[in-house]
Design a protein around this ligand. Structure first.
Ligand SMILES: CC(C)(COP(=O)(O)OP(=O)(O)OC[C@H]1O[C@@H](n2cnc3c(N)ncnc32)[C@H](O)[C@@H]1OP(=O)(O)O)[C@@H](O)C(=O)NCCC(=O)NCCS
Length: 179
């Protein structure tokens, strides 16, 4: 496999990220996918954490993307992160780039001292990173009614512990209403 470079988004990456998202979530009617609009809306918001918008680059091209952005657990106001969108260019899927870029962004969040990540997605995919049903941690959201796709991951601390987060409702900022 071509060597992959995993790094935070740089100012020149906007078009490459948009292309990966557009291709991976492409719609038959060619409308701009909600995931493209979500990233652009989050990028201009207080939920955006520049280091946690990460690309996988292979042979000088952006082939994968993963984003963590700010959410809070209410009523405690505990900061947490939402994972998504995650995307790999269709012609490069199944080669490990998705796993690489998700692991990289989760490692970066751990380094920053973040403690909790939530995601809405396929349990068959996110289980490999250690995600579990969020309801087991007492976490709800507008999507918890969907069941198993609503997942959470407690990140390890410096000492290797993964303390249970406070239970509550995860509050997503306005751009998430686009999805
Ligand atoms: C999902 C996605 C990011 C995975 O990236 P990738 O580079 O193709 O994945 P990897 O090569 O790291 O991993 C491949 C594994 O993921 C599994 N997988 C891929 N897409 C999956 C999905 N939607 N649901 C469940 N499992 C999935 C494959 O079956 C394969 O499993 P295996 O390791 O047991 O053989 C990519 O396929 C993609 O962009 N899909 C379209 C956009 C999307 O649906 N994103 C949200 C995902 S919930």
């Amino acid at each position: 496999m071509t060597t992959v470079r995993l790094r935070s988004e740089q100012p020149a990456d906007g078009a490459g990220i948009r292309r990966v998202l557009g291709d991976a979530f492409g719609r038959p009617d060619a409308a701009t996918p909600a995931e493209v609009r979500l990233v652009e809306a989050l990028r201009g918001s207080t939920a955006w954490l520049p280091e946690l918008s990460m690309v996988a680059e292979a042979a000088g091209e952006i082939v994968g993307y993963a984003l963590l952005s700010r959410v809070t657990v209410e009523p405690s106001g505990t900061p947490a992160l939402a994972l998504g969108p995650v995307a790999v260019r269709p012609d490069r899927q199944g080669l490990g780039y998705g796993t690489d870029v998700v692991e990289a962004v989760l490692d970066a969040a751990t380094e920053l001292g973040e403690s909790l990540v939530v995601v809405l997605g396929s349990p068959a995919y996110y289980r490999r990173f250690g995600f579990q049903p969020a309801v087991r941690l007492g976490l709800t959201s507008p999507w918890s009614g969907l069941g198993s796709p609503w997942q959470a991951l407690v990140l390890p601390t410096d000492t290797g512990d993964a303390p249970a987060p406070p239970p509550g409702e995860v509050s997503f900022p306005a751009p998430w209403s686009l999805v």
